[in-house]
Design a protein around this ligand. Structure first.
Ligand code: GLY
Length: 422
């Protein structure tokens, strides 16, 4: 099988490495990739937002399966165009990808499926903003305001704050840019990312993971696209994970089938485990980043065969997934000033070899690997338990040199110290 992975992040680097471990995968290609993926796959330039260009590339190189990593091409319908060209594609249709592309659509699906989620209100008129802020923040009985961009914003459109002025300023700037604002009730409790390979109403969960969205230790500073992750979650009972699958993911998958837009691909449930049980923070239509880097490090089952089965209507016939015992931790190395406008173009040293997954990297004409984006690398450690996995990840990241870079030092620490309970 020849698999083409579309995207350029550490998530795609992790997908490529896991695909290469599948004995039925003989060739892996990536488009457009980065300096790290070039060492593990045939690399091609492509405009990932153009379904025609991706389908033409897949046809030209003889790909049997296309795996679309990021949400933007999926929301634009790239998977539909690839399938229309007769090539199997792992990724939902444009219609089904609205589960991530439109928060209003996702809320409607969840309401119809009877799934617990934050109450919410869309504000598209600045004149209604102040009254809505009073209903959704501390005056309305919630611990904080949750203000989201209704469309895609790479994780950075979300502000969670107990400061009304900050909440108002974020909402006003979104409205000024013509983006409807979603105000949500604050969901208290530890967060879980549960990835499920889905085809119609067939749902195959992967290991649950936890993501760290704030830039600084102790969950300080602004939201980012994700600064680290670990898996599995020692504090999450197996029956809670099973309940998330049965009472949240399966009903949502069934609701999408009944609406005539069945989901096929990776359905990502982002949840908070509240005192009333798990509640959905968001659904995404693709593998999460950086959780994928940790989750796939423990996957022993052949990934190419799993994704191909989902893409070709054979998911229900797949054997149970096999996982390596132990834990995995991914720590993101970010460029100076990220999540603001990142400093780029600096030479990175020590980023070759096992456990280092590239994202915002490029190779200069002189051969040096330089930073080219905000999240530069994900460093993955695997061990027999969370402490060993953390040690491995932090030892490795400590050997990498990138001027001005930063990373969180507490990925997985609260879980390792038994400070998370549900
Ligand atoms: N880890 C957050 C995301 O992938 O959206």
């Amino acid at each position: 099988m020849h698999v083409l992975v579309v995207g350029s992040g550490a998530r795609e680097h992790a997908l490529l490495l896991a695909l290469r471990r599948d004995p039925e995968v003989d060739t892996v290609s990536v488009a457009p990739g980065n300096a790290g993926t070039a060492a593990v796959a045939d690399q091609y330039e492509v405009d990932v937002t153009s379904g025609e260009d991706v389908a033409a590339l897949a046809t030209r190189i003889g790909a049997d399966l296309v795996v679309v990593g990021p949400e933007v091409p999926l929301v634009l319908g790239v998977a539909d165009t690839v399938r229309a060209a007769g090539i199997a594609c792992f990724g939902p249709t444009k219609e089904a990808a609205r589960i991530e592309g439109s928060k209003a659509f996702a809320k409607d699906v969840m309401a119809a499926a009877g799934v617990r989620t934050a109450t919410s209100e869309i504000v598209d008129n600045p004149a209604h903003l102040d009254a809505a802020l009073d209903r959704f923040g501390p005056p309305g009985g919630f611990a904080a305001w949750v203000v989201k961009d209704d469309g895609l914003a790479a994780g950075k459109g979300v502000v969670v704050t107990a400061d009304r002025d900050a909440a108002r300023a974020h909402a006003a700037s979104l409205l000024e840019a013509g983006h409807p604002v979603l105000l949500e009730s604050f969901l208290d409790g530890p967060e879980v990312s549960l990835f499920c390979v889905v085809d119609g109403d067939v749902v195959v969960p992967l290991l649950p993971a936890q993501d760290f969205k704030r830039v600084g230790d102790g969950d300080s500073g602004p939201n980012t696209g994700g600064m680290g992750a670990y898996t599995p979650l020692p504090w999450l009972p197996a029956e809670v994970t099973a309940g998330i699958v049965d009472e949240i993911v399966k009903p949502v998958a069934a609701e999408l089938v009944s609406r005539g837009c069945p989901f096929s691909g990776l359905l990502y449930a982002g949840l908070a485990v509240t005192s009333q049980g798990p509640a959905v923070v968001e659904f995404n239509c693709r593998f999460g980043d950086p959780e994928t880097q940790a989750v796939l490090a423990l996957l022993e089952s052949p990934l190419g065969q799993l994704l191909r089965a989902a893409a070709t209507g054979e998911l229900s016939g797949q054997p149970p997934l096999q996982w390596r015992d132990g834990a995995a931790v991914a720590v993101v190395l970010a460029a100076e000033n990220y999540p603001g406008r990142p400093r780029v173009g600096d030479v990175i040293q020590g980023a070759d070899g096992d456990g280092v997954l590239h994202a915002g990297t490029a190779r200069r004409d002189d051969g040096a690997v330089v930073s080219s984006g905000g999240r530069v690398l994900s460093v993955v450690g695997v061990g027999d338990d969370l402490a060993a996995a953390r040690d491995a990840a932090y030892a490795r990241i400590g050997s990498i040199r990138l001027p001005g870079s930063h990373f969180r030092s507490d990925i997985g620490l609260a879980a390792q110290e038994g400070r998370i309970s549900v």
